[in-house]
Write a protein that binds this ligand. Structure first.
Ligand code: GLU
Length: 346
């Protein structure tokens, strides 16, 4: 079972807006203080460079659709975005190519299997199922309209930088480290090609995908990127429109069902926010119309999700009223309003 231990935190409903800024600061600081001592989970080591992370790092940031940032701990420590890039590349592709095409070419259903599963592809006749698992993410990267691989990389880096509101740099060390060990992703790309699901060169596409995963971000960057999805595609810090409101809606729907891999259902049940995690320890969780949380802590659960990040999001989802499914009764209908069919009013 997914562990949150936030049951003692009062659940606010998701109606309305964020509480006043000093209260948000207080709750972000409280969530950070509560989970900083937690030392469950392990740092990822299947990409050798990631094993160098300090397990004690813990950054927390919340950015509202008013552009205001609330931070605690190591919110400015840089790390590689990894799988969280998948969410934003998906948004760019939705924006350029539209709802129908991504639905048809990649899919929007959960595989129920680990992020790098080969069996998932085989079981589904070569359909990658969704853009949040590695096979689907590689297929989605290949869909970014571009003249060649270099152009595709440039467009992805520019797009993700516009989400963050600053130019994002490639972490060369992480890129090199993953490039030497990403045999499984190369195999997935070849398999996609064998099923006629990849129209461009598989090795070049995996390299662009590996570069997008190696972009260097902070918890604050993630919160701004998420807040852009929460703000109908306009970056609330720079004021720039990055993608359409429809692309945000589609991305958030996919994150709700597939963002936390095979634990997505449990995550939604406990926390109720569209979210995406990455193996370097980043996590972004979005409250549409309100803002987003970005967290960084490299200790991961067995599915590859940051342990402290999940706990802090559970805490803030309850205390700030970010769970999409939490509502309060609207109260008695005003006098004179039409009652329900049958004539009675509540
Ligand atoms: N670059 C990583 C990979 O392809 C991303 C995985 C993740 O963050 O879940 O394995």
């Amino acid at each position: 079972m997914f562990e949150t231990d936030a049951a003692d935190v009062a659940q606010r409903s998701s109606t309305g807006s964020l509480p006043p800024a000093p209260r948000v600061d207080e709750l972000v600081a409280a969530a950070h203080a509560r989970y900083a001592p937690l030392d469950e989970g392990d740092v990822a080591d299947y990409i050798p460079e990631l094993a160098e992370a300090d397990p004690a790092w813990f950054g927390l940031a919340l950015v509202g659709v008013d552009g205001r940032a609330h931070t605690a701990g190591d919110a400015d420590v840089a790390f590689s975005i990894q799988s969280i890039s998948k969410a934003f590349v998906f948004a760019l592709v939705c924006d350029e190519l539209g709802h129908e095409l991504v639905h048809e070419r990649v899919g929007v259903n959960n595989t129920g299997l680990p992020f790098n599963s080969v069996i998932a592809l085989e079981l589904n006749d070569g359909s990658p199922m969704n853009s949040m698992v590695n096979a689907g993410a590689i297929a989605t990267t290949a869909l970014v309209p571009a003249a060649d691989a270099e152009d595709r990389w440039r467009r992805i880096r520019d797009g993700l930088s516009r989400f963050a509101g600053r130019p994002l740099d490639l972490d060369d060390v992480v890129h090199r480290s993953e490039s030497l060990t990403n045999h499984r992703n190369r195999a997935l790309a070849r398999l996609l090609q064998s099923y006629g699901r990849l129209d461009v060169d598989p090795d070049e596409t995996v390299d662009v995908y590996t570069r997008q995963c190696s972009l260097s971000v902070t918890a604050v960057d993630l919160a701004i990127m998420g807040a852009t999805l929460a703000d109908g595609g306009v970056n609330p810090v720079t004021g720039e429109r990055v993608v359409s409101a429809e692309a945000c809606r589609d991305t958030l729907a996919l994150l709700a069902s597939c963002g936390l891999y095979e634990r997505s259902g449990e995550w939604l049940f406990e926390i109720g926010m569209p979210a995406k995690s990455g193996v370097a320890g980043g996590l972004v969780a979005v409250a549409p119309g309100k803002g987003a949380i970005g967290t960084f802590s490299p200790r991961l659960d067995p599915a590859g999700n940051s342990v402290r990040g999940q706990r802090a999001c559970a805490h803030l989802s309850r205390s700030l009223g970010l769970n999409l499914f939490a509502s309060d009764p609207a109260g008695p209908a005003p006098a004179g309003a039409a009652g329900p069919i049958g004539g009675t009013t509540r």
